[in-house]
Design a binder for this molecule. Sequence first.
Ligand SMILES: [Zn+2]
Length: 288
Amino acid sequence: MTARFQKTIENVAELKGFGLFTNADVRLRFYPAGENHGIVFQRTDLPGSRRIPATIEYLSPEERRTKLVRGEASVEMTEHLMAALAGLQIDNCLVQIDAPELPGCDGSALPYVEALLDAKIVTQTLKRETYIIQQSQTLQQDQTTISLAPSDSGLRLSYDLNYGNRSPIEPQVAEFVITPEIFATKIAPARTFILEQEIGYLRSKGYGQKVTLEDLLVYGQQGPIGNSLRAPNECARHKLLDCLGDLLLCGCDVQGEIRCFRSGHRQNHQLAKEIKRLKNQSSMDRAA
Ligand SMILES: [Zn+2]
């Protein structure tokens, strides 16, 4: 795989919605950005319109989501937007928001993809950095694993979901070689999901007060409540989407095979950190 050129958008794109966790209304705007700018969030509601680069250095450990923090400024639930940018291979973009959490939309990355495609993706003149996985290795945490292996065919990503026999979510696998077309059609539409009993717990902590069945997939014992699946393995596809979004925090393309088993955001963050470490090590080796 030869390195591709960096990309940004030609026009400004806008999305409005509310945060699934914080319930806060938010207006989001994507702006074009120059080469090597990367993805940067900007909180226009804060004094000085603070900027937060979307890189692993600004990660704040939270359960069930990806939050970035720089000084007093933070941005919550970055993963679906980041997945859209990673999937469409948009490397340089300024993302302005006027609230701490990104719009939850329908729980998928599709509204972001549609807005970005409307803004027209344009190719820039510098090459995008790619880290090529050289050696097989496994990252293990609790009952989860993420394994890495070399591969010639771009980024091959798979997610093996298995919550056991008692879960209403059946065991399922999703596997794709990631391209913008595959991402937009097969992965971006997959919605986030939650068990009915978990909603009660989150609401008791003040989260998700505005959330309805249109904003995500809620699983009861018999399957999704008031909703039909967009794909039989929609949940596994969504976990893959989250992984792709979190992986972008390493700041480069990745070539190789990544296989995830039962992993979540915490393991994805470990993956992004490991890729960044390997990338830095290999550039140091080259310089030596
Ligand atoms: Zn998600």
